[in-house]
Design a protein around this ligand. Structure first.
Ligand code: TEU
Ligand code: CA
Length: 539
């Protein structure tokens, strides 16, 4: 039987920016509950909820100080339970964010661990002596600088692959692993729908060999976790894996291996960055390369023994239409094109917080307007290296994580209907033009394209199970593919570019499914409009 998550569409809620209910400028659980009817109207099956656990908020909740408590800024455990129940009434499951590569430095385990070398919690984290008075090795933090932080009290370094307030857990300690499994079962018992696993590819690390992702113990730990927690429940699990290949993705998601349902892969993320450099070192996107990566992840995975996830955006990635589409003249067309081309592919699609109305990036002109720790640390590091402020801000505006973290634009009232108070992060001023209320009133809005795509998936097994086949020789800018199931054949055509493109294809159209321009009667020797995308059933 096909598991529910293969037919599902997941919506990522970024709680801090979704909906404020109590006028403090910060989104919260009751705010989410108040918008469940909206999400039900969109048609989604599950919510991936970014962290709402108790946290000092150094990394917006990805630094957890108590896994079994709700951060007061988001509400209470009773609110959380209410959210799970209210969502369930609408056939929506809540997928929790599982952040277990690291904790906050304010977690009681770390507070204990740093007290002394013989503290019972010492080994829950990764401690090493220095090498000749220097850091143990040259492992780097994703948030700039060394991954090793000196602890003056106990005269050792601890590992942090993210901020120094996010010490890495020592997964080679069996007692720690059991504590994590107990915590996961605590949440499973509350009736959640599964887990999104933050940087899960890092837990099998071997710090002495400077190996972080895809370490030797990764898969054994996941198999153990599966067995001790979600393995006997009807839950979905999705691992965040920046370093997956199709082959590695199969290792995670082959049901016979009892690990995860699927992973997020990020191969397209490197396409607009200079080879061998950092994400901030920009280069223009080559559409042919984007097309190649999209196709690779459809064809190089054996869907009989693995599964795949599909997404353009999340809370770490800029808005797709600002990045690769057009957030000006062709905003609506390009938003619909990206939606169509992705949602009719093989895999489980994810929609991120406001993507469904075509929200855009919003540039800053000074570092004081930036909230994200990754951008701020990078700014300081590059400033010290002699980069110009202008250059750094250019990178932040293109790739910075605040772009996708701005409050959802619900209506054209003050603060975009997100809050009665000043929001924690400034609302994009285009909220008068782009907002949910307006989208719901306009039958041609981006929202209704997403709604239709979700409906097509729910009603047509071909979208879930059909084979993917590329239409060859359409050039770099046009991605066309078939989905095939039995005698049924769907054709999806997308112009990835903002220029008209020639397209020529002989086809008997049985049924037009959807498109972002006028319906076409023939595809012979046509010119696709900028960002045109459509899907049809072939005879
Ligand atoms: O992201 C992992 C991660 O590697 C990102 O920091 C990514 O490298 C970066 O945003 C892109 O340059 C996860 C979470 O999604 C992220 O929000 C957290 O900050 C991070 O883990 C640490 O928990
Ligand atoms: Ca609030």
């Amino acid at each position: 039987m096909t598991p529910w998550w293969k037919k599902a569409v997941v919506y990522q809620v970024y709680p801090k920016s979704f909906q404020d209910s109590n006028g403090d400028g910060i989104g919260d659980l009751n705010g989410i509950i108040s918008r469940l009817d909206y999400l039900q109207k969109l048609g989604i099956d599950a919510i991936w909820l970014s962290p709402v656990y108790q946290s000092p908020g150094i990394d917006n909740g990805y630094d957890i100080s108590d896994y079994e408590a709700i951060d007061p800024q988001y509400g209470t455990m009773a609110d959380m339970e209410n959210l799970i129940q209210e969502a369930k009434k609408r056939n929506i499951r809540i997928v929790m964010d599982l952040v277990v590569n690291h904790t906050s430095d304010q977690h009681k385990w770390f507070i204990e661990a740093k007290k002394s070398k013989d503290n019972p919690y010492r080994d829950y984290y990764i401690w090493r002596d220095g090498t000749d008075g220097e850091v143990p090795n040259d492992m780097k933090s994703s948030f700039s600088g060394s991954a090793w932080q000196w602890d003056e009290n106990t005269k050792q370094y601890y590992l942090h692959l993210f901020a120094k307030q996010q010490p890495d857990l020592n997964w080679s300690n069996p007692e720690l692993r059991q504590k994590i499994y107990d915590m996961m079962n605590f949440w499973i018992d509350k009736g959640i729908g599964g887990f999104r696993m933050d940087v899960i590819e890092l837990i099998g690390k071997d710090p002495d060999k400077a190996i972080s992702a895809n370490g030797p113990m990764l898969h054994p730990y996941l198999q153990e976790m599966n067995k001790n927690t979600f393995g006997n429940h009807d839950l979905m699990t999705v691992g965040e894996t920046w370093n997956s290949t199709p082959k590695i993705a199969e290792e995670y998601s082959d049901p016979a291996r009892h690990e995860l349902s699927m992973v997020f892969q990020f191969e397209n993320q490197g396409l607009d960055q200079q080879a061998g450099k950092e994400k901030w070192d920009l280069r223009p996107l080559n559409l042919g390369e984007l097309k190649k990566v999209l196709v690779k992840w459809q064809t190089d995975i054996d869907f009989d023994h693995a599964w795949n996830s599909l997404f353009w955006e999340n809370h770490d990635i800029p808005r797709v239409i600002s990045r690769w589409g057009d957030d000006g003249k062709y905003r609506i067309q390009s938003a619909k094109m990206f939606a169509t081309v992705l949602h009719l592919m093989h895999g489980t699609p994810y929609i991120y917080n406001g993507e469904e109305i075509g929200m855009t990036n919003y540039p800053v002109d000074d570092i004081s307007q930036v909230e994200d720790i990754e951008s701020i640390n990078m700014y300081n590091e590059r400033l010290a290296k002699g980069y110009s402020k202008q250059d750094i801000l250019k990178s932040i505006n293109a790739k910075g994580r605040d772009n996708a973290r701005r409050p959802i634009q619900w209506n054209d009232q003050e603060n975009a209907g997100f809050s009665e108070a000043k929001p924690w992060l400034k609302v994009n001023p285009n909220y008068k033009e782009i907002n949910v209320e307006k989208a719901l009133k306009d039958p041609n809005s981006v929202f209704y394209t997403y709604q239709k795509l979700i409906k097509l998936r729910h009603e047509n097994p071909i979208v879930v199970d059909g084979d993917f086949k590329l239409v060859e020789n359409t050039g770099d800018s046009v991605l066309a593919y078939w989905r095939i199931l039995g005698d049924e054949k769907w054709l999806v055509v997308a112009n990835l570019s903002g220029e008209k493109q020639k397209f020529d294809h002989k086809v008997d159209i049985k049924k037009w499914l959807l498109g972002n321009y006028d319906e076409r009667k023939s595809l012979e020797n046509i010119e696709l409009e900028p960002y045109e995308a459509f899907a049809l059933v072939e005879k």
